[in-house]
Design a binder for this molecule. Structure first.
Ligand code: TRP
Length: 360
């Protein structure tokens, strides 16, 4: 069986370092590993509209931002199909048939939907489109026969729901849908990178994100003011790692070769952590090191973005081509789905024959 990746992001803002360590970096590795027959990366504008229906301009503007971020981290349109969800009308059709396979109470129990309803204060006025987005996400995944879906932990309930739909469809009609496997980020720091202020959630409104598109000075400033250990007042005080954002970022970004290059006093992160915990190591030094590591990672991304920004029409062209490619694949799956459900009347010669015999 071929190995196929599908994943995506809602275009509601520029992508930040949390997206990078949580998924973008891994996507590029998977893309370049040569292990996958196809890689589909989707800009989920239709899903973004389920809770931004009254602000389509926000979604519209961020499509290009997300596309620029994708390309600047190294997603390559020659190897990955990058496309826009709303351009694949087959997804709506799949979703419509999958809706029959899911109950209202099952959707109400979906933990991600539950917490998002609270977060958005929908209370009793939940838009139906929002409520059913897990079904639409199952359509995204199955339309491309994805075997592997690299996402963050928050998406686990979506994958669970998609697997149930696959099972229900395949047992009710015919086994045409592929059961997707989830691929989670490598470690805890990558799974949930906190904001620079130490808050669990990175958000634009809190101003605690480092964006991939931030210039070097902005990154530097954000690291200088990063939350550390409030009990570590004097350099000689023992420091704590728990909830210490600088160390969480090091867990996500730092590799042993960074020590060789930037801080040969330590062999690896474990040694640095031990010294910090013993006392005698100041936050400023650790932040300087983190800055070197992060600037080295982010610099090529920024440089590529600057280049790409010079030709925006070319980016739309990439998305258009990707969307055309993606449509062909989704159309093929939809046709198999309709055959499995036996609603492909005009191709079903047997049906036409039987129905005419009935009247002979
Ligand atoms: N729900 C995902 C997010 O909020 C975006 C998304 C939409 C997605 N469809 C998908 C992710 C299909 C993986 C597979 O980030």
């Amino acid at each position: 069986m071929s190995k196929i990746i599908l994943t995506g992001d809602r275009p509601t803002g520029r992508l930040h370092v949390g997206h990078y360590v949580g998924s973008l970096r891994r996507r590029v590795e998977l893309q370049n590993s040569g292990e996958y027959d196809k890689v589909f990366i989707m800009i989920a504008d239709a899903q973004a509209l389920t809770d931004n229906f009254d602000n389509p301009e926000k979604v519209r503007e961020n499509i290009i931002e997300v596309a620029l971020d994708y390309l600047s981290v190294g997603l390559d349109p020659a190897k990955s199909t990058i496309f826009i969800q709303s351009q694949i009308q087959e997804l709506c059709e799949l979703c419509f048939y999958y809706m029959n396979l899911v109950t209202v109470s099952r959707l109400q129990r979906n933990p991600t939907v539950k917490s998002e309803i609270q977060l958005r204060k929908f209370e009793t006025s939940i838009p139906v489109g929002f409520f059913t987005y897990p079904i639409s996400q199952a359509a995204d995944i199955t339309a491309f026969k994805a075997t592997t879906v690299p996402v963050g932990e928050d998406q686990l309930p979506m994958l669970e729901q998609a697997k149930e739909i696959v099972h229900k469809f395949n047992t009710t009609y015919a086994p045409v849908l592929v059961d997707p496997e989830v691929l989670l980020p490598e470690n805890d720091a990558c799974r949930r990178l906190p904001g620079t202020d130490g808050k669990a959630k990175m958000s634009k409104s809190l101003g605690n994100c480092i964006y991939l598109a931030d210039d070097a000075d902005t990154v530097s400033q954000k690291i200088k003011t990063m939350y550390t250990d409030p009990l570590h007042l004097k350099v000689s005080d023992p420091g704590h790692l728990e909830g210490n954002t600088v160390f969480t970022y090091l867990d996500a970004f730092c590799r042993p070769e960074h020590f060789e290059r930037f801080w040969p006093d330590y062999a690896n992160l474990e040694e640095l952590k031990a010294h910090y915990q013993r006392g005698g190591l100041g936050d400023v030094k650790v932040k300087k090191f983190l800055e070197k590591v992060m600037q080295e990672t982010l610099e090529p991304i920024r440089a590529r973005r600057k280049e790409l920004e010079k030709d925006i029409p070319a980016i739309y062209e990439i998305l258009k081509k990707g969307s055309e490619e993606a449509r062909e694949v989704a159309a093929q799956t939809l046709s198999e789905v309709k055959s499995a459900m036996r609603i492909n009347y005009f191709e079903d010669m047997d049906l036409i024959r039987r129905q005419s015999e009935k009247y002979m």
